[in-house]
Design a protein around this ligand. Sequence first.
Ligand code: ARG
Length: 459
Amino acid sequence: SANAMWGGRFASGPDAIMEAINASIGFDQRLAAQDIAGSRAHAAMLAAVGILTDSDAEAIREGLLTVLSEIEAGTFRFSTALEDIHMNVESRLGELIGEPAKRLHTARSRNDQVAVDFRLWVRDQCDAAEGALVALQRALLAQAEAGAEWVMPGFTHLQSAQPVTWGHHMMAYVEMLGRDRGRFADARKRMNESPLGSAALAGTSFPIDRAMTARELGFDRPMANSLDAVSDRDFALEFLGAASICAMHLSRLAEELVIWSTAQFRFVRLSDRFSTGSSIMPQKRNPDAAELVRAKTGRVFGASVALLTIMKGLPLAYSKDMQEDKEQVFDAADSLMLALAATTGMMTDLRPDPERMRAAAGAGFATATDLADWLVRAKGMPFREAHHVTGALVARAEAKGVDLPDLSLDEMRAVHEGITDDVFAVLGVDNSVRSRTSYGGTSPVRVREQIARWTEQLG
Ligand code: ARG
């Protein structure tokens, strides 16, 4: 049979395959609450400007609330023949209230309807991401506070570089996540304009009040161009961009947890709650959650590339291609939120091993830079020369199979005669981290300042 919405022009209904490729109800039912909020705002506005009678608007309002409660209760029967959430809701509204339901779509199209629904949904996700990021920052901050003084190896190229503190390392992620929050907040601000009232693409001849619906839905203002309003998905792309960068940060932390929890490193122990065992190897404690945080990043990046690709060839205004935006964004948002929750769980429970980290901190001649700096500071040597002398000392220690502090003063003097025995004071890892007091540096004094700043910000 012909379609209830546009059957006037059609003699027959769609082929089953047509219906299968066309329907979005399988996924866009997630927009139900936003769709109903948009319709309520639209109906109230139509009444306010005299397009709908107050009694019709009231019937629509009541009916939409019933539809929402049916959906929330799980009793709503979604129909593929009705294609998407917009027509499912409108059709059920018709069953409930009859004739007034047919007036709701005045001065509106599914094109501005889906644009408004999706914006509202993505806007909520920006807020949810913000909240989840704050929770993770708090967990990292607690770790930093506990271990502001714990010395651990700092790496470049995953080779021992210079000792750093656990607190410093934790606070590095707090900073990254702070910028992630900023990106979600920026995206939210930019997307917070209403497409509603753009109708199909050209606007409408009805005397609608777009500022009113914008206000009603919490938008800052109506979008200025109706063609743009129904065609734009860059708000979703910005969300995916912010989500991608955030997921990348989580993935780096996850990778560190994977490395740190190995028997070879043993810097940290993941809790039982966030570890898994092996069905064959009884000793195993696997960091599956960290690995999956790392892996889910691929889905988020994939969504971003997919939506960019979907959009890149579309002429203005709406094309059905744009229906493919939703699953990508839903999946990316779900993946990100789960990754954030899992990371927060892992970091809340995480038990670092300060002794192990400390013992590893001096390995690999990690205080060689301290020695070179000492030659500059105490002996007035140019840094390039100090670098060379220190390199020779490292080579000597390496040949003997010992660490730098294990060389005797005579052995050091054989490399450079100006070296005096106060050199040994700078070769320890504690001295090394304590000395790095430059702004933002790893010294506990500076790390405590970073912690204090963030404690104040996070409340
Ligand atoms: N289900 C559609 C989507 O997700 C809604 C808009 C349909 N508009 C149209 N002209 N077919 O994009």
